[in-house]
Design a protein around this ligand. Structure first.
Ligand code: ADP
Length: 338
């Protein structure tokens, strides 16, 4: 009499072959009782048990069996069984690792989302109080320069922090598909003027010009989100032309769409790197080599917002010469007819 063997295989990691079940006079220990029942119920004639081993861990046992008149398995079949078991073990391990990676990504995204939400409240509060202090200071008859300069530094850095936090928040919204648009009518010409006006405040080295149609151009879209898109592209144009120079915002009309091109004469982008630009955390090598800091999130979010409008974004650039980012937006909301 011999034991069914399932637990022996699990424990030893050695394969086992029973070429003739009827001659083997199987007995089952309590732990193998179920297996014993199956062998009897299926009237197995022969079977082989091979451990599924990966990195010295036994994940389980693969059973090969014959019934009835089929030729019984012999020791010669074992190498094939073991090769199959090896593949099965790899597949199981891969699936496990994949699930683990997915779970880690989910935890990371969740952390990112919570962290950016939690950072937003204190940042907004610091900014508010700094602005309050600045107003009070400026109202005094002789504002103290020793207070004004550090206060401005606090404001500037908090604004920067705020922008980073907002980008992180948007990233987690994009990743979870929760960045929603509030549809309305957008006057593209005045939007361009507004963005240019604000950008001029942040630089005295660049000349920012807008060329738009005389008549108002109204499209369907989310005013605030489109402002964010343009603001981002113009800020990039400023950031990546540290020597200064002209930056132009040009609006062109097509029958069913409008296109807006933002052109700078900055550091440009190496041709080989253009295709990766809209991926998150992507920064071109020539940008990373400068002192210009960035997370590489802006264009990823811009791309998402433009796509949600049913539009496209493209880039044309020559390293050392300058770049043009062009967004094309349909005049009507996608899915809306007439
Ligand atoms: P960030 O500016 O924070 O790095 P973005 O997502 O806005 O992130 O941009 C991604 C990358 O695209 C930048 O790091 C830079 O390499 C490149 N880039 C974007 N705009 C310009 C531009 N106007 N001129 C040159 N490179 C640019």
């Amino acid at each position: 009499a011999r034991s069914v063997g399932l637990h022996d295989v699990l424990a030893s990691g050695e394969s086992l072959l029973v070429p003739d079940v009827s001659a083997a006079m199987l007995t089952a220990s309590a732990s193998d009782a179920e297996q014993f029942g199956i062998i009897q119920a299926l009237e197995l004639a022969s079977y082989g048990l091979v451990p599924l081993v990966i990195r010295e861990r036994t994940l389980g046992v693969l059973t090969f069996a014959t019934t009835g008149q089929r030729q019984a398995y012999s020791q010669q079949n074992l190498p094939l069984f073991q090769a199959i078991a090896q593949r099965v073990a790899f597949a199981i391990e891969n699936a496990r690792l994949y699930a683990e990676a997915q779970q880690a990504i989910a935890i990371r995204d969740q952390f990112f989302s919570i962290a950016s939400h939690e950072l937003k409240t204190p940042t907004t509060s610091i900014l508010g109080y700094a602005q309050l202090l600045e107003r009070r200071l400026l109202r005094t008859s002789e504002p103290d320069q020793r207070l004004q300069t550090p206060l401005q530094a606090i404001m500037q850095q908090t604004h920067r922090l705020n922008r980073l936090v907002l980008a992180m928040l948007d990233l987690s919204r994009v990743q979870t598909g929760q960045l929603r648009l509030t549809w309305g009518s957008v006057d593209v010409g005045s939007l361009l003027e507004r963005v240019a006006q604000e950008a001029r405040l942040s630089t005295d080295r660049h000349t920012i010009t807008v060329s738009a149609a005389e008549e108002p151009v109204i499209i369907a879209g989310d005013d605030l989100r489109l402002e964010q898109v343009l603001y981002n592209l113009v800020q990039n144009a400023i950031k990546y032309s540290p020597q200064g120079g002209p930056i132009s915002l040009a609006l062109t009309l097509e029958p069913a769409s409008v296109s807006i091109a933002i052109t700078d004469r900055g550091i440009g982008i190496p041709t080989a790197e253009l295709s990766g630009l809209f991926q998150r955390f992507y920064r071109a090598t020539n940008a990373a080599a400068t002192t210009v800091s960035g997370l590489g999130l802006g264009l990823y979010i811009v791309h998402d917002i433009v796509s949600r409008h049913g539009g496209t974004i493209s880039v044309d650039s020559t390293e050392g010469i300058g770049s043009t980012f062009t967004i094309q937006l349909p005049r009507r909301a996608p899915g809306v007819r007439n």
